[in-house]
Design a protein around this ligand. Structure first.
Ligand code: MG
Length: 293
């Protein structure tokens, strides 16, 4: 784990503990190795991470990901996608998933970007400076927020990293204003690329934008519990749920805080060799390890 990545996750942990002092009561004392068959025996609802777990830029990260998905469906499990991929509207995300064989329905996909719609009903922002891919702006539109690069309104919404120096400077200046707000649609600080390198992404970029400012930061998505609660809203407490993902500080941390059991996929993003070091840094661990698919 990168130093800055660990620092950002620790900030999330501090905020999560402030929001809920009982946040870590579902943390297991030990972690067991498991297979997907064993998990299918124990759980009814499977929340799956997308990027790094099922695929990475139209490639499978683990060759058995599609068989795992089909196996869960064949066992009658409820399978949902819980993703921070806020640079694409759910419709486009579904297209990517379908092309790879993951036949999720619209209502099975829970994206951090869509939380902007619910939250803005209380925030009532009407205009913001948006940084991210054009496709991600659809979440602003759906939330009734106009994207305006020349806005004087100190509201900045970010869904992915930008290299646009003018836009970055504008954002940094806006965030120094009194009452400034930074809304982060993807809290992931680091992510793997298809060639297995790991690079800083939206969560790290958001920290950079907010540097030297007193801006209030709202994080939407994993590891904050709202997205998990939304994904499980249709189920009763009798339906045992588990989150499967490749990132300790988002998938595992977030589901733990939401009171959901967890399985960490070991391999590309979290190698077996470094997992215990990462667990010690963050003070968290999953209920199960899955050694790829
Ligand atoms: Mg992931």
């Amino acid at each position: 784990m990168e130093k800055l990545e660990a620092l950002i996750f620790k900030r999330y942990i501090t905020e999560l503990k402030t929001q809920n002092p009982h946040a870590f009561e579902n943390l297991p004392a030990t972690t067991q190795n498991a297979t997907i068959e064993q998990l299918a025996f124990r759980y009814d609802v499977f929340l799956l991470d997308a990027f790094g777990t099922l695929y990475n830029h139209n490639h499978f990260v683990y060759p058995g990901a599609l068989s795992m998905f089909r196996y869960l469906k064949s066992k009658g499990k409820s399978v949902r996608l819980v993703t921070n991929a806020a640079s694409k509207p759910i419709e486009l995300l579904l297209k990517d998933l379908w092309l790879m064989g993951f036949d999720f329905r619209f209502e099975d996909v829970f994206s951090s970007g869509s939380l902007l719609i619910e939250n803005n009903q209380k925030w009532k922002h009407t205009e913001a400076l948006y940084i991210g891919k054009d496709t991600g702006a659809s979440f602003l539109e759906a939330a009734g927020i106009q994207s305006n690069a020349d806005t004087m309104n100190p509201v900045v919404i970010v869904s992915s990293v930008s290299q646009d120096k003018t836009l970055i400077l504008k954002a940094k200046n806006l965030l120094k204003k009194e009452g400034a707000v930074l809304i982060v649609l993807n809290p992931d600080p680091w992510a793997p690329t298809p060639d297995a390198k790991r690079v800083p992404v939206c969560g790290a970029f958001a920290q950079y934008l907010a540097e030297d400012s007193q801006a209030k930061i709202h994080y939407l998505g994993k590891p904050f519990p709202e997205l998990f609660h939304k994904a499980l809203a249709a189920f009763s407490k009798q339906n045992k749920a588990i989150m499967i993902g490749d990132t300790l500080g988002t998938d595992i941390l977030g589901a733990t805080v939401a009171g959901i059991d967890t399985a960490l996929v070991l391999g590309r993003n979290t190698p077996i060799e470094t997992v215990s070091e990462s667990e010690n840094i963050l003070g968290i661990r999953p209920h199960y390890y899955l050694k790829g698919f």
